[in-house]
Design a protein around this ligand. Structure first.
Ligand SMILES: [Zn+2]
Length: 487
């Protein structure tokens, strides 16, 4: 049963410590409302799923938002100058954190839906990716990030590995910034087939000059909703020399380094051991997928505090193998969750959480039948855990658990208001079960990021949606047209 303490608390003055691995974490614009919005907002009389066991998982409460942060969560709050937001019949949950997505592929929606990983590498990375101009990256990132907000994601880890030029990179960041999402931009490099005389991408170190440029310009703290990470190749996709260089680069700049692990044979099979011996592994390292890591490797990496991003739907369809969710749980760890790619999958993080939960239950149920000839007495994973993966685990992956991931006074007011009065949610008998099993996009009534509405009354507040969709279509048709697959 969830902890249902009734009275809770908060400190309006509560300050959060700076994020450990984020370089863009200074207080500033993110804590200032737009001129048209009130500085104080009060969500009145909602069911609040806090995901903070210290204050109670589920409360009937008011939430006071001040200066972009959650100021107080309590059964009744008096705030005469606050804008009142009616929470009756609504469930408020922490903004979801999408811990892995190649947002640049938004204009390719659906093209990869029938492709395995090998086809995807050939058709997307060695093919379609090479046709992207900066404006294609921009519109994909803008539309993809807006869609994330629409679906209840407030923090997006944009794992951007199609940056052949600084202009592409800047366009990607422009798209994220314009959407209003809280974005962790993970800068990566493209993976084309080499032309004669060119090196293979696995032999090319991450460009130091770009990291220096980005930390000095786009990620200098002026927009605290943006932070930088490195999307590197890692030992599975690069030489040892490149891996050593890239891990050391991330460490030097204090950035989270994220890399895919799995999908075919590793480029450097003993790479992880060598990186470990060089002291380059630790909490700042994030592994995506990780399906083929040995039990010993996984246990050691968990001990080192490394994080893991699971993309359950993609891992199931592209051929990666079963998600490592259950293996992590046995080690006392938990995965962050990601959509991965909208070129083949839905972008809705509620769907991702359900996929991760039920995939693991299926594996556990099958194991039980095999081991003792019977299904388990009860579900091996509770619904709360799935919501934890989509919120707090993502915050931990970014080193931002002191700012994001739960409805806790002092944290950023990144909140999703779900309309639970609708047909698909009534009656709400157990709010966490309802949120995890029943939520659809239709229920995402409002989304606040740093206390500012980005979606309200069921509508995104982005003003130029028609232009955005027109440009997205134009990009997608031009690029996918190269495959001759358009109908
Ligand atoms: Zn990926």
């Amino acid at each position: 049963m969830p902890n249902r303490r009734a009275f809770i608390l908060g400190s309006i003055a509560a300050a959060t410590a700076p994020a450990i691995f984020s370089r863009a974490n200074a207080a500033g614009p993110e804590n200032s409302p737009r001129p048209s919005e009130s500085a104080q907002k009060l969500i009145r009389g909602a069911t609040v799923v806090t995901m903070d066991p210290k204050i109670g998982d589920v409360l009937r409460a008011d939430i006071l938002i001040e200066g972009g942060r959650i100021a107080v969560v309590a059964p009744h709050i008096d705030a005469p100058s606050a804008e009142i937001i009616d929470g009756t019949g609504r469930i408020v949950v922490p903004g979801l954190i999408n811990a892995h997505m190649h947002t640049w592929q938004t204009c390719l929606r659906g093209v990869a839906a029938n492709w395995t990983l090998l086809e995807y590498f050939r058709q997307v990375h060695a093919g379609l990716a090479t046709l992207f101009k900066p404006e294609d990256i921009y519109i994909s990132n803008l539309a993809g990030a807006l869609n994330q907000i629409n679906c209840g994601t407030t923090t997006l880890v944009d794992w951007c590995h199609n940056n052949p030029t600084p202009a592409h990179t800047d366009a990607a960041i422009d798209g994220l910034e314009e959407s209003g999402i809280r974005a962790a931009f993970f800068h990566g490099s493209p993976k084309p087939d080499p032309k004669p005389g060119q090196k293979h991408f696995s032999e090319i170190p991450h460009p130091r000059s770009e990291v220096e440029r980005l930390t000095a310009s786009r990620f200098n703290g002026k927009n605290p909703q943006l932070s930088l990470g490195l999307a590197i190749l890692g030992p599975h996709y690069s030489t040892l020399e490149v891996s050593m260089h890239d891990f050391a680069l991330a460490k030097e700049f204090g950035l989270v380094a994220s890399m895919h692990q799995g999908g075919g044979p590793a480029k450097t099979p003993d790479g992880w051991e060598k990186l470990d011996a060089a002291g380059l592994l630790g909490r700042q390292i994030n592994i995506v997928h990780g399906n083929n890591l040995s039990d010993a490797q996984l246990a050691h990496f968990v001990d080192l505090g490394m994080s893991f991003s699971v993309a359950p739907e993609n891992e199931m369809i592209q051929g990666h193998g079963y998600p490592i969710t259950g293996r992590l749980r046995k080690l006392g760890a938990s995965p962050a969750l990601g959509v991965d790619l909208e070129s083949g999958l839905s972008g809705d993080m509620f769907t991702v959480a359900r996929m991760a939960l039920n995939m693991q239950r299926a594996l556990d149920n099958a194991a039980s039948r095999a081991e003792r000839g019977a299904i388990p007495d009860t579900s091996s994973v509770r619904t709360r855990e799935a919501l934890e993966w989509a919120t707090m685990s993502g915050a931990r992956m970014l080193g931002m658990e002191d700012r994001l991931g739960s409805i806790t006074p002092g944290k950023q007011a990144d909140l999703v208001i779900l309309d639970a009065r609708l047909l698909n949610m009534q009656p709400v008998l157990d709010p966490i079960n309802t949120v995890v099993t029943q939520t659809g996009i239709v229920n995402v009534e409002a989304v606040l990021i740093a206390g500012q509405f980005r979606k309200r009354d069921g509508r995104l507040l982005y003003p130029r949606m028609e232009e955005c969709l027109e440009q997205l279509n134009k990009s997608g048709r031009r690029i996918a047209g190269a495959l001759g697959i358009l109908t």
